[in-house]
Design a protein around this ligand. Structure first.
Ligand SMILES: Cc1cc2nc3c(=O)[nH]c(=O)nc-3n(C[C@H](O)[C@H](O)[C@H](O)COP(=O)(O)OP(=O)(O)OC[C@H]3O[C@@H](n4cnc5c(N)ncnc54)[C@H](O)[C@@H]3O)c2cc1C
Length: 343
């Protein structure tokens, strides 16, 4: 049995690193356990929507140049075959701010976040079990080691292992979806690439498409659920764009895939149990269209603060967290235009 930590944060994405930054800042012995070797890639458009950039700067400082990937003016969604575009967030009657939104390269950005957190990091090592014994939480890992701590923060993304351990009965209801992205440096298209485009068209069966430019790199994205294979969807999307928007592309320079979980679209969020909290996408905290970096950072930082407050009182961390993170939860649910459901 290795030495004990105050807090083990499972997952080194925006939620986990924001949480770790707060905890380390308050002097808690904090470990970030990350399944992948770092720096790791993350299948994501990397747009810092709404106040995301300001929030990052407030918690972590100025974002270094190497993480930045140009800006997009807005997101336009095509929702019918006549290419009628509606601005994001579509379906809401709020005015949409027309200002450039910063994009980041997730590999560089997330690595910078983790470095800035100041936490001890174990990468290439996943959490695969959680048990509680005499007030301590024990985390079993993929190399057979067992780590001990007072609190766990599950910040392990949409397909969260921590959530599945805590709430196994929930998984059938919230079903993960797949996403697949392909990047090109040689490309041409008859669209104004100042925008990010979402294609939610009846003719694209079993999936939605997305299209954006990061610096000079074109990124095509497809996402969907069961019934469609990601690579087949990507080929259908490419052909659609070729026929309808004059797309031509060279050889892809990178391909990436992930599983994600638009739980909030169904009105479901989960925040943890006792000394084990869930932050970011693990807890279902994403805004409309799975915009998740900002709510991940907000909820991760709040989870860290809730642990500090629990340490200084005799109130459960979960109880404090549920109260403190309420605005983030409400913002997420309202953006999908749904009511929250008790789980
Ligand atoms: C195609 C696509 C495009 C998107 N575009 C945008 C966008 O433009 N803007 C935006 O704001 N959001 C976007 N999102 C959403 C955004 O990527 C996520 O919501 C955000 O990354 C969530 O942050 P997180 O820290 O909660 O989880 P993640 O960033 O997913 O980080 C979780 C980490 O946990 C690790 N992990 C997983 N399991 C374990 C385990 N058992 N043990 C240890 N570590 C583990 C993972 O390796 C990962 O590093 C997009 C999502 C998709 C799928």
């Amino acid at each position: 049995m290795s030495e004990a930590y105050d807090v083990i944060v499972v997952g080194g994405g925006p939620a986990g690193t924001a949480c770790a930054k707060v905890l380390v800042g308050e002097g808690l012995k904090t470990l970030v356990l990350e399944r992948k070797r770092l720096p790791r890639n993350k299948c994501c458009s990397g747009i810092l929507f709404s106040n995301g950039k300001e929030l990052v700067e407030e918690i972590f400082g100025e974002i270094p140049e190497r993480c930045l990937a140009g800006t997009v003016t807005d997101t336009l969604a095509f929702i019918d075959e006549n290419r009628q575009a509606v601005p994001y967030p579509f379906g809401l009657d709020k005015p949409v701010p027309k200002r450039p939104m910063q994009q980041v390269w997730r590999k560089e950005f997330d690595y910078w976040l983790i470095e800035k957190s100041g936490a001890e990091v174990m990468d290439g090592l996943a959490c695969n079990s959680i048990t509680e014994e005499r007030g301590k939480v024990k985390i079993g890992t993929t190399n057979g080691s067992v780590l001990k701590c007072d609190y766990v923060v599950g910040a392990d993304g949409g397909d969260s292992r921590v959530r599945r351990i805590l709430f196994p009965e929930l998984e059938e209801r919230i079903k993960c979806q797949w996403a697949y992205q392909v990047y090109y440096t040689i490309w041409d298209i008859e669209l104004d690439m100042a925008y990010y485009y979402a294609f939610m068209l009846p003719s694209l069966q079993g999936f939605h498409g997305g299209l954006g430019m990061k610096e000079n790199v074109l990124c095509l994205c497809v996402h969907g659920g069961k019934g469609k294979k990601p690579m087949k969807a990507m080929e259908e999307f490419r052909v659609y764009l070729q026929e309808h928007a004059g797309l031509s592309v060279g050889v892809p320079i990178r391909k990436e895939a992930t599983r994600f979980n638009p739980m909030a679209a169904k009105g479901i969020t989960v925040l943890g149990s006792g000394n084990i909290l869930l932050a970011g996408e693990a807890g279902g905290l994403t805004n409309l269209n799975v915009e998740g970096i900002t709510p991940a950072i907000r909820s991760g930082a709040i989870a860290g603060k809730a642990i500090m407050m629990a340490n200084a009182s005799c109130v459960d961390a979960e109880e404090i967290y549920v109260g403190e993170v309420r605005n983030v939860v409400n913002d997420c649910l309202m953006s999908w235009n749904v009511e929250g459901k008790e789980v």
